[in-house]
Design a binder for this molecule. Structure first.
Ligand code: HPA
Length: 277
């Protein structure tokens, strides 16, 4: 099948593969502000996204736009610093390009992180939250259009997209590290405006615990391509109207991310040592 999306992925896959000593087993996507908070592991290799043909360059401040590829412990890892959001104006193909590239490279497991607003009343700014599911309110699905049969089926099952086995490992890792890990359902909105209080009340009634502007497309594309997914969010702020006296700012989001980034890193490291290659 000749499909522009497939060809674009093929060119990028070949360019990255040519630079790889080994295939990463796990890809970790770092969201808003997390790229800096997480830091760059020792050793390995850095590839600016701009050096990968077809790779959309993130435009948001706080998103560095590079891949780090190397080993953490004995595990070959790919770390993505910076991601593309749908609100930036690109296509859904851009938003899920990285996820599909990793699938094509042979990555088996995707760890997605993000910053989110806390909707559920018991959640606090700074909480780490294990994603159990999502509600896609982006008004778009990355699988729209002719199905890329080489990647996956036309109608992929989403009932265990946030892989139960990986969630169990994350709980175990959190307990061992004495990191408090809450759980919740993430609703993805287009943004880039934050939500109104009425929207947040509506999302709460729908069953959402957290709100953010990313992740759902990547998880859909990963599920389509048969990858296992672990999602962890930092609730960086109370969602609009949850504290009637608070206003939302990007600075608050970045500040909480910086404050909690090291703890998220510790949790992810503890997950990685529990994964089998
Ligand atoms: N809403 C949407 N996206 C977000 C939020 C929020 O409150 N916090 C961090 N990302």
């Amino acid at each position: 099948m000749r499909d522009e999306r497939w060809e674009r992925l093929t060119v990028a896959t070949e360019a990255v593969r040519a630079r790889l000593a080994e295939t990463p087993v796990v890809a970790i996507m770092l969201g808003s502000g997390l790229s800096d908070a997480f830091g760059v592991p020792d050793g390995g290799m850095r590839i600016p996204c701009s050096e990968i043909p077809g790779f959309p360059t993130p435009t948001v401040p706080g998103h560095a736009g590079e891949l780090w590829i190397g080993r953490i412990g004995r595990m070959p890892i790919l770390l993505q610093r910076g991601r593309t959001h749908y609100y930036e104006g690109g296509s859904m193909d851009d938003v899920v390009f990285a996820t599909r590239l990793y699938a094509r490279l042979g990555v088996k497991t995707l760890i997605v992180t993000n910053a989110s607003g806390a909707i559920r009343p018991d959640l606090r700014a700074g909480d780490l939250v294990l994603l159990t599911d999502h509600i896609n309110m982006l008004g778009a699905n990355p699988l729209r259009g002719p199905n890329l049969e080489e990647l996956g089926p036309r109608f992929p099952d989403m009932s265990a997209a946030y892989t139960p086995r990986l969630r169990a490992i994350a709980r175990e890792a959190a307990a061992a590290e004495k990191v408090e890990l809450k759980e919740g359902v993430y609703v993805a909105t287009l943004g880039p405006s934050y939500e109104t209080p009425a929207e947040i009340r509506a999302f709460r009634a729908m069953g959402a615990d957290l709100v953010g502007m990313s992740t759902a497309p990547e998880v859909i594309a990963a599920a389509h391509a048969g990858m296992e997914v672990l999602g962890i969010s930092i609730a960086t702020n109370l969602a609009a109207g949850v504290d009637p006296n608070a206003a939302l700012t990007h600075d608050e989001v970045m500040e909480t991310t910086r404050r909690k980034g090291a703890e998220l890193r510790r949790l992810i490291m503890a997950v990685l040592v529990r994964l089998k290659m």
